[in-house]
Design a protein around this ligand. Structure first.
Ligand code: BG6
Length: 296
């Protein structure tokens, strides 16, 4: 269903037979809601989010493309998150194992204006699907359609904001012992020492060469988010904590307690595509009761 969302911006609502749902705004190709079969919201969106171009929506799943953060000359996190995407009415077949009927295909292509900022021609196809069990699946396919024979390179992230009950009760598993770049220390490289990752102050780290599965355990909610990813070797972990929260106009002062970003990404080694080549990056999210996960 295509309908009007906040400020009249168009969104698509996906519903799965058991009652799970998701919402995707054409603005940013941005997932802003993912609910389980009890109607509980699983993603965090700030109460102060500004649903108005050119500001990207604070929360949900912003798409960072063609540049993560300020790792290059473009605006922070690139431009895909504040462009209007279109519905792709005739997508080429997706080689996925998904049996989902609840999905939408979006496409982003550069306008003439965009080409002045990033002088490349591309087709960015995004499929957002709800699996039969309520899993949320995002598949990005980016193709170099340059006719001048030139390759291009990009970095990428699914900047996912998870909703958590209390950040101090949350742990992330799957990143221990890995190397990371610390954004708070001029991107110096460190090795994670802890057993699992817990939170007691601001965190902004890019974990490198991470496993395909990462878990976020929310002790209080007795819920575990499981991220499965493909084509996305890195993982960013971000929580602004109190001081940075106050500095963000579109983020409540105390909201940092109820969110955590774990972002499946390709950052350390940019992706390079020659004309005609396509890259695929896939993220699958599930939310399961913690007891189900223990011992796994
Ligand atoms: C994270 C970055 O991915 O996004 C942080 O690692 C950044 O450094 C955060 O502060 C939010 O970025 P923005 O542009 O959405 O405010």
């Amino acid at each position: 269903d295509l309908c009007k969302g906040i400020n009249g911006l168009e969104k698509i609502v996906l519903r799965e037979a058991r009652g799970c749902s998701a919402e995707v705004y054409l603005y940013g190709g941005h997932v802003t809601s993912w609910k389980n079969d009890h109607g509980e919201e699983l993603l965090f969106v700030s109460n102060k989010a500004i649903f108005k171009p050119p500001k990207a929506i604070r929360g949900g799943i912003p798409i960072c493309f063609p540049q993560f953060s300020n790792f290059g000359p473009l605006e922070q996190h690139g431009f895909a998150r504040n462009k209007f995407w279109s519905i792709d009415t005739d997508p080429p077949p997706f080689p996925t194992n998904s049996t989902s009927k609840a999905f939408v295909d979006l496409i982003l292509k550069p306008s003439d204006e965009d080409s002045k900022i990033w002088p490349h021609s591309y087709e960015f196809r995004l499929r957002v699907a709800l699996g039969p069990g309520g899993d949320l699946m995002l598949t990005s396919r980016i193709r170099n359609t340059n006719t001048d024979g030139k390759p291009f390179s990009f970095t990428f992230a699914y900047h996912t904001y998870f909703s958590v009950s209390d950040i101090s009760e949350v742990r992330v598993e799957g990143l221990e012992t890995l190397d990371y770049l610390d954004n708070l220390k001029e991107r110096e490289r460190f090795t994670e020492q802890g057993d699992a990752i817990t939170f007691e102050s601001e965190v902004d780290k890019i974990y490198l060469s991470t496993p395909t599965k990462i878990a976020i355990l929310d002790h209080e909610k007795k819920r575990t988010f499981v991220l499965r990813k493909d084509g996305l070797p890195d993982a960013v972990v971000w929580n602004p904590w109190d001081r940075k929260a106050k500095a963000m106009a579109d983020f409540g002062d105390d909201e940092y307690k109820h969110m955590l970003c774990v972002e499946a990404a390709a950052i350390e080694k940019p992706i390079t595509l020659k004309p005609g080549e396509e890259w695929k990056g896939r993220l699958e999210l599930s939310a399961v009761p913690s007891s189900y996960c223990s011992g796994q």
